[in-house]
Design a protein. Structure first.
Ligand SMILES: Cc1ncc(COP(=O)(O)O)c(C=O)c1O
Length: 391
């Protein structure tokens, strides 16, 4: 989901044929390269937002473009009922990238769809009736994913009822999890680093407590790594970063670097219980999606981008607590800059200086979701711009 921008729909947007569900930033993007956006009015904007955590490799990466073109020429689409080497190869590559024994992949198209299937499988294999999620967590807009999203029911859910019972546990109280998770709990879903919740690092003690409690009561632990996975923490996945292994991981966004693709990774124990027709899709596992996912992993590995994320993230944390920024939170390139004044105001001031950042559900946290190719020189530009904004 896009963070709420600073500007409400313009008169021009209101004449649009598009459903008016997204407020619009005041820039119209013509093209992009690397970490730069080129606006139609000629402005060149340094992008710390990455199309909402999607453009992990940046815009127009040559390996990504080459994979797309090669696969489009060879076979642009084919149904899952016909075996294709690229589908198998990409699944093997993704499960090897994650490690941790999560070596079965179900390909789908979006983050919400991945979470929807993860939850469904948890209900199927446990035969139970309840889910537990974390306060401030965000998992998508479909019926099940929306049901486990904090605040959705009050704000936008829309369906007359949720498909199952959900309770929300505080995100920073490992001592509370036993109270919420019990033997009726099928699934516990958590973003290890919350995105919309303000680039908030849930942290190892909380994740370990969830893992332990799920083991004790036989519930399935799902890491929603749609935003924080695929290299964003500086490790392949947040599960690797924290050393806590869930039963399922969902991945999307940076997995395709802009081509729609998502994946559900399953442990051997859960995969062993899947039957024909338990899940399905038309476009999921399409050869173009698989080719780009393979190219994204290739590029992250061959260009040592995880090391770059770790290095430049540390540089941001030590240089950008300046001007209105009072501290940092999050991990890797899912960073929250805590602000002394509303983050929206800081975001707007940065945009005037041709730097694009994101806001979050926390009104005093500015969110950075840059491409993994960002360098220290780019961070210097952010630091200098922040220094000119009054605290
Ligand atoms: C953590 C998380 N989960 C799920 C989703 C939903 O993904 P999609 O918009 O691809 O359905 C998002 C989208 O922002 C997300 O940040």
């Amino acid at each position: 989901m896009a963070a709420t921008p600073t500007v409400t729909p313009t008169a021009q947007a209101l004449k649009s044929h598009l459903a008016q569900v997204f407020a619009q930033y005041p820039i119209e993007v013509a093209h992009g390269d690397g970490v730069w956006l080129h606006a139609r009015d000629g402005r060149k904007i340094l992008d710390f937002y990455g199309g909402h955590a999607v453009a992990g490799l940046g815009y127009g990466h040559p390996r990504w473009l080459a994979a797309l073109e090669r696969q489009a020429r060879q076979m642009a689409f084919q149904t899952n009922a016909l075996p294709m080497a690229i589908r198998e190869r990409a699944a093997a590559r993704l499960s090897k990238f994650v490690g941790l024994g999560l070596d079965t992949v179900f390909w789908i198209n979006s983050g919400a769809e991945a979470n929807e299937n993860a939850l469904k499988m948890a209900f199927k294999v446990t035969g139970r009736t309840k889910a537990v999620a974390l306060e401030q967590g965000w998992h998508g807009r479909t019926a099940a994913a929306g049901a486990v999203t904090w605040g959705a029911l009050e704000k936008w859910y829309g369906f007359p009822r949720t498909p199952f019972d959900v309770s929300f546990t505080p995100r920073d109280k490992p001592e509370d999890v036993d109270r919420f998770i019990d033997r009726d709990t099928a699934a516990v879903i958590v973003e290890p680093v919350q995105g919309l919740g303000g680039a908030f690092d849930v942290g190892k003690p909380m994740l370990q407590a969830l893992r332990q409690r799920c083991d004790d009561v036989g519930a399935v632990l799902i890491f929603d790594e749609v935003q924080c996975g695929m290299g964003r923490t500086g490790a392949p996945f947040a599960a690797n970063y924290y050393g806590v292994t869930p039963d399922m991981i969902t991945s999307a966004k940076a997995l395709g670097n802009g081509f729609p693709v998502s994946a559900l990774l399953l442990s051997r124990r859960i995969a062993a219980q899947i039957k024909y027709d338990d899940m399905g899709t038309t476009f999921g596992g399409g050869p173009m999606a698989c080719a780009v996912a393979e190219a994204v992993i290739d590029t992250i590995e061959s260009e040592s981008l995880l090391a770059n994320v770790r290095l430049v993230s540390t540089y941001i944390r030590s240089n950008c607590v300046i001007g209105p920024v009072t501290g940092t939170q999050g991990a890797g390139f899912l960073l929250g800059l805590k602000t002394s004044r509303p983050a929206r105001e800081v975001q707007a001031a940065l945009l005037e200086k041709n730097i694009l950042t994101g806001t979050s559900g926390d009104p005093y946290v500015l969110r950075l979701l840059p491409a993994y190719i960002l360098n220290e020189g780019h961070v210097d530009q952010l630091r200098d711009a922040l220094a000119q904004i009054p605290a």
